[in-house]
Design a protein around this ligand. Structure first.
Ligand code: SAM
Length: 283
């Protein structure tokens, strides 16, 4: 009999993934962590029943939350990742030789230990990189108490349920902004606007009050069903979004890395918003 994992994140739509083999199922101090195999997606990680990442499509999410801000900024040296326990964001970010330092603040040490052991296809050896300063704790508390500053902050959170809820508040965004260097940028995972409009609406309301340039950009990630996913974009330097095609291409060529989703043209196109999403950004 076929075994299905049903994601119950959305009230009116349940996503079922075939579970060809359950590899791990345990309760950490913060959430229930399950890893299973799916013939199309490879290993699938869920936390509290919500899909976090899969081996097959993680590159889309991780490339778009790292390379878009890094390429737009052009000189990111110090970055902060909030969440991101599977290590995919860290691995992608560290591909940029200009990055000198990454602080990563993850609330659940078990997700990291687990990912090192079972999701090495995603995190590779990123957790061993000497540029990493790993901090186990609540990202909301970290940005409220830290005196460090960063060119880029990436919020790679779970959905606003359980421990991730604190990472969708006006107070968190304000404290994160205070940790940005001048001209720095904050990017956030903001769910799928068609199914989770309030998530994007709330973040954009906060961003409009905090940043000179507040918007979102989009990418389609197969396992986050319901249309494109939104990534929040907040900075006091509007020039980052106006960077020319030529400059982006020069930066991309100079970097010389092989990507599977990101290109300068995809970067530019990602900021084109269909009206049903734009209305959530600018009501
Ligand atoms: N790509 C994923 C998604 O959108 O479904 C997110 C992946 S990543 C695994 C999310 C991480 O955020 C988890 O490891 C979780 O433990 C962490 N997290 C949740 N709330 C947090 C908080 N308040 N501070 C730091 N990390 C948090």
């Amino acid at each position: 009999m076929t075994d299905w994992a049903w994601e119950t994140l959305h009230d009116d739509l349940h996503v079922g993934l075939r579970r060809s083999k359950v590899l791990f199922d345990s309760k950490t101090d913060h959430q229930r962590l399950v890893l299973f195999d799916n013939p199309t997606f490879g290993k699938v990680l869920t936390l509290d029943g919500v899909i976090q990442t899969t081996e097959a499509d993680e590159f889309i999410y991780h490339e778009m939350l790292t390379h878009v801000p890094v390429m737009a900024h052009g000189a990111v040296k110090r970055a902060l990742i909030i969440g991101g326990g599977d290590g995919g964001m860290l691995e992608e970010l560290l591909k940029h030789p200009g990055i000198e330092h990454v602080t990563m603040v993850e609330i659940d040490a078990s997700v990291i230990e687990f990912s090192k052991q079972h999701l090495s296809a995603i995190c590779k050896d990123a957790f061993e990189d000497p540029r990493l300063n790993l901090h186990i704790g609540d990202g909301a508390v970290f940005v409220a108490e830290s005196a460090d500053s960063f060119d880029l902050i990436i919020c790679d959170s779970t959905d606003p349920i359980g421990p991730g809820e604190a990472l969708f508040t006006q107070g968190f965004y304000a404290n994160a902004k205070a940790r940005l260097d001048q001209g720095g940028v904050l990017v956030t995972q903001n769910g799928v606007p068609f199914l989770q409009p309030d998530e994007l609406r709330g973040t954009m309301r906060a961003f409009r009050q905090l940043f000179a340039d507040a918007t979102c950009y989009l990418a389609t990630v197969p396992t986050y069903v319901g249309g494109p996913m939104a990534f929040g974009w907040g900075t006091d330097n509007p020039a980052l979004r106006q960077v020319t095609d030529e400059t982006l291409q020069d930066r991309f060529d100079a970097w010389g890395a092989e990507t599977r989703y990101y290109t300068p043209a995809v970067h530019k196109a990602a900021f084109a918003l269909p009206p049903y999403i734009e209305r959530l950004v600018i009501p």
